[in-house]
Design a protein around this ligand. Structure first.
Ligand SMILES: C[S@@+](CC[C@H](N)C(=O)[O-])C[C@H]1O[C@@H](n2cnc3c(N)ncnc32)[C@H](O)[C@@H]1O
Length: 302
C-alpha cells in the first residue's frame, strides 16, 4: 500500500470516523499492474498523452481523488463506468482535466515570443494581403493565445488596419477552454505582463484580477480540438502556429505526425513555433528552420 494511502487509513481509523460520513476521505487501494495498463492505454488512445511508469503516482493520485468524490473504490469498476455509454463520456470530460497537465503562463518562453515579434513586424512592414491568422494549439487556460494576440496587436498598432488579425485557441479540455473564454487572470498569473501592456490590454476587476479588454478578447476564438483529430480540423493558411508544451507528453512518432499535419496548415511564409527540445531531428520538405538556437521554429517556404 502506498505511504499516503497508509497515512490516510491511519488517520481515518485513528479518529474513529464513520464510513458513511467520510467516504470522501477513505483511501482507494493501490493500482494493480493490470489497472495501470488499462488506464494508461485509454488515456493514450484518447489523448496521445503517455503516462510512463515514472508518472504512475500522478495517475493513481488523480484517479483516486475523482473516485473518492464519486464513491467508487476500485479502478476496474471506475474504468468500466468511464468507457461505457453517454454517462461515461460525460465523466471522461471531467476526468480529462485531472489527467492532463494544464500549467501555462503569459509569454512563457520569451525567446519564442521575440522571434514572433520580429516575424510579425516584418510581415506588417511588407504589407498584409489578408488578415493575420494565429493559432495556439493546446492553449490551456488561454495565456498563450492572449500573448499571441498582444504580439499581433502590437505589431499592427500604428498601421491603418490595427485589427487585421485573429487568434484561434484550441484545446482538448472544455474546462481549460472555459477559463480561456473568460479571459480573467489573478495578479499572480500576470507576472510576465509588464505594466504598460496590463494597462493597454487588461481591465482591473474589483477583486484585483485582470480581464482581457473586449477589443482584444473579440479577436480570440476558443474551440475544442483534439490534436489526434487534426486531419478533421478546418484550419488552414495559418500565418503563425504555436504548439508548445503539448508534444512532450506524446510518443515520438505521434509528435512527428502532428508536426507534419501542422506544417500543412501553415500559409506560405508562415511560422511554426514548437517548444524547445520537444522534437529533435524533425524536418519537413516545405519548412526551413529559423536560424536562432534559442528557439525551435520553422518558416514555410514560398
Ligand atoms: C502544459 S499545457 C500547455 C499550454 C501552453 N501551450 C503553454 O505552452 O503554456 C498542455 C495543454 O495541452 C492540452 N492537451 C493535452 N492533450 C491534448 C490533445 N490530445 N489535444 C489537444 N490538447 C491537448 C491540455 O489540456 C493542456 O491544456
Amino acid at each position: 500500500m502506498a505511504a499516503c494511502s497508509r497515512r490516510y487509513m491511519a488517520m481515518t481509523q485513528g479518529e474513529g470516523m464513520q464510513s458513511a460520513g467520510v467516504w470522501a476521505l477513505r483511501p482507494v487501494a493501490d493500482m494493480s499492474q493490470a489497472d495501470f495498463h488499462d488506464w494508461q492505454t485509454l488515456l493514450e488512445a484518447r489523448t496521445g498523452v503517455v503516462i510512463s511508469e515514472r508518472r504512475r503516482s500522478f495517475l493513481q493520485t488523480n484517479l483516486s481523488a475523482r473516485m473518492r468524490e464519486l464513491g467508487v473504490n476500485d479502478y476496474a469498476s471506475y474504468y468500466r463506468q468511464v468507457i461505457h455509454g453517454p454517462r461515461g463520456a460525460v465523466e471522461w470530460t471531467t476526468l480529462l482535466d485531472r489527467l492532463t497537465v494544464q500549467e501555462t503562463r503569459f509569454f512563457r518562453h520569451l525567446p519564442s515570443f521575440e522571434v514572433l515579434g520580429q516575424y510579425l513586424r516584418l510581415r506588417v512592414a511588407r504589407g498584409l494581403g489578408k488578415p493575420l491568422e494565429l493559432w495556439s494549439v493546446g492553449c490551456s487556460s488561454g495565456e498563450e493565445a492572449y500573448s499571441l494576440a498582444i504580439m499581433a496587436a502590437e505589431a499592427l498598432s500604428g498601421s491603418e488596419t490595427p485589427e487585421r488579425f485573429a487568434v484561434t485557441a484550441t484545446d482538448i479540455s472544455q474546462a481549460a477552454l472555459s477559463k480561456a473564454r473568460a479571459g480573467c487572470y489573478s495578479e499572480r498569473r500576470m507576472e510576465q505582463v509588464g505594466a504598460q501592456w496590463r494597462e493597454r490590454y487588461f481591465l482591473m476587476q474589483p477583486d484585483g484580477s485582470f480581464k482581457v479588454v473586449p477589443s482584444l478578447a473579440e479577436r480570440v476564438c476558443c474551440a475544442r480540438l483534439n490534436v489526434l483529430e487534426l486531419a478533421k480540423a478546418p484550419m488552414s493558411g495559418m500565418d503563425v502556429i504555436f504548439c508548445q508544451n503539448l508534444l512532450i507528453y506524446f510518443r515520438r512518432w505521434r509528435r512527428r505526425d502532428i508536426l507534419n499535419c501542422l506544417a500543412e496548415r501553415l500559409a506560405p511564409g508562415g511560422l511554426l513555433v514548437v517548444g524547445v527540445g520537444e522534437m529533435v531531428g524533425w524536418q519537413h520538405p516545405e519548412l526551413e528552420p529559423v536560424p536562432d538556437e534559442r528557439v525551435l521554429a520553422f518558416t514555410r517556404k514560398g
